[in-house]
Design a protein around this ligand. Structure first.
Ligand code: NI
Length: 227
């Protein structure tokens, strides 16, 4: 399941991010790659753990916590501190799969990557190419979103970023360990929650059937969640 979450960051926040990122030092993106994906990867990143990456990452974590759609779709247990990358001048990232376990350097923080996210920080008209291409069970999905929007997709899917042939593409990317490990179960909960959220304004949240459906949601979550 691919979930597009609009406006995780607003225009002012994106502008602030971009100003700070433009003034920063960038390093080779292979710092965070496994040996296999290092062969495919050609981009630059904000140094992992740098004060700026931490500051911007914390702002993203706040925004995710305030996004009902992210919380509902990901059911996050732990989110890896967001990283930041930049592609320009034909840079790309060939087909690869993300590592299953992510360990935060110099700490005992580790997560199982159930979900991958890309938060776009450049608008589509700022660059040519730079599409995130995800091979999903439903075929190939090509993703290029407005700045501030996020795509959430299974970390188990193969993906790539096509060469950026004009302009600059900056983005944040990170992984989430979900409370619900099984993708089908997570999707069922998301569909149920989405339907309840759409129904409640129509029937009222004190309607007995609305209460029952909400109970079903929580009882399924109770069965399936590890936290
Ligand atoms: Ni990746």
């Amino acid at each position: 399941m691919l979930v597009h979450i609009p406006n995780v960051l607003n225009r002012d926040q994106v502008q602030q991010f971009r100003t700070l990122m433009d003034a920063a030092d960038w390093t080779d993106g292979n710092q965070t790659s496994g040996a296999q994906s290092a062969l495919a990867k050609n981009n630059t990143q904000l140094p992992e753990g740098s004060p700026l990456a931490k500051q911007l990452g914390a702002a993203i974590l706040d925004a995710l916590g305030a996004s009902p759609q992210f919380v509902s779709a990901a059911l996050p247990l732990k989110v890896f501190p967001p990283l930041f990358n930049r592609y320009q001048g034909e840079q790309s990232f060939g087909l690869h799969i993300d590592n299953s376990i992510r360990i935060l350097r110099g700490s005992d923080f580790r997560i199982r990557s159930d979900l991958s996210s890309t938060l776009f920080l450049s608008d589509p008209d700022e660059y040519e190419g730079g599409e995130l291409v995800i091979q999903d069970t439903f075929g190939e999905q090509r993703v290029k979103l407005p700045a501030g929007d996020l795509i959430l997709y299974p970390a188990s899917s193969e993906h790539l970023v096509t060469p950026v042939t004009r302009g600059v593409r900056v983005a944040s990317f990170f992984w989430t360990q979900s409370m619900v490990r099984d993708e089908a179960a997570r999707r069922t909960l998301y569909d149920l929650d989405t339907a309840i959220q759409a129904l409640v304004p129509v029937i009222g949240n004190d309607d007995p059937q609305a209460i029952k459906l909400t109970g079903v949601y929580h009882n399924l979550l109770r069965r399936w969640a590890e936290c």
